[in-house]
Design a protein around this ligand. Structure first.
Ligand SMILES: [Zn+2]
Length: 247
């Protein structure tokens, strides 16, 4: 049904020819294995109709009403990755998400938004979990918080910064979670202007898993996500949840 979660290096993910902003990751220790950025596409969707999944991260922060209003008013299924921190910060938003279970699939973005990376070097300014024990706590406590809040256990996990030390991927899968990679980064950490984000999303290809952020209402990117999703839907695109993938 699908061909998912193939871990590839960030370099390979972008075709091998591009130099990606690895400098933003800070200094990796000499000899440290490269971090992985798993790719994920939908396969076996059973239709020639363009089918995509929109996945949005609730890193610590706020709630982007521009995006959620479009998702609800246009009945667009979305998979949201929640941190336990975000849930504590945004109880009213969490209640809104829970009130629309057909639209929002609530999945695991960790307890404290600690990248599942070994060692001590910061990842995009984030302190990594650092050890397998800490990664276990980050993943399982994040899942427990969602289960406690919603009554439903998450089955997908996306690490903070979406980068992984190689050995952590089978470890997290052993804990019972599928790794939520993506194939289309829409907003580069909510850093891109509205028009760029809208253009990226509206140009999505069949089977794309789109990633973006719904925790940054003060940035221009969110307006681009909202506009891009409307355009995609108007073009006849079908949206599914990651949980609709059965294999
Ligand atoms: Zn995040």
């Amino acid at each position: 049904m699908c061909n998912l979660c193939t871990p590839i290096s960030r370099r390979a993910f972008c075709g091998g020819a591009l130099t990606l902003p690895l400098t933003r990751l800070g200094h990796r220790p000499a000899g440290a294995p490269p971090l992985l950025e798993p790719a994920l596409r939908l396969t076996g969707t059973g239709s020639a109709t363009r089918t995509v999944a929109i996945t949005l991260d609730c890193c610590p922060g706020h709630f982007d009403q521009r995006i959620v209003s479009v998702l609800i008013s246009h009945n667009i299924p979305a998979t949201l990755f929640l941190t336990a921190i975000w849930m504590r910060q945004n109880p009213a938003a969490l209640a809104l998400l829970k009130a629309h279970p057909d639209i929002f699939s609530l999945q695991n973005h960790g307890a404290q938004h600690l990248p599942p990376v070994l060692g001590h070097d910061k990842i995009f300014g984030l302190t990594p979990a650092g050890s397998l024990d800490a990664i276990r706590a980050e993943v399982l406590n994040g899942a427990a918080a969602i289960t406690a809040a919603t009554g439903q256990a998450p089955t997908w996990y996306r690490g903070a910064a979406a980068l992984y030390s190689p050995e952590t991927i089978p470890f997290i899968e052993f804990l019972g979670f599928r790794i939520a990679g993506y194939s289309l980064n829409s907003d580069e950490g909510a850093s891109l202007p509205t028009a760029t984000v809208a253009a990226r999303i509206s140009a999505a290809q069949n089977t794309d898993v789109i990633e973006g952020h719904i925790n940054q209402p003060g940035r221009a990117s969110g307006a681009g996500i909202a506009a891009g999703l409307i355009k995609l839907q108007q073009s006849g695109t079908r949206f599914i949840h990651l949980t609709d993938i059965t294999t």
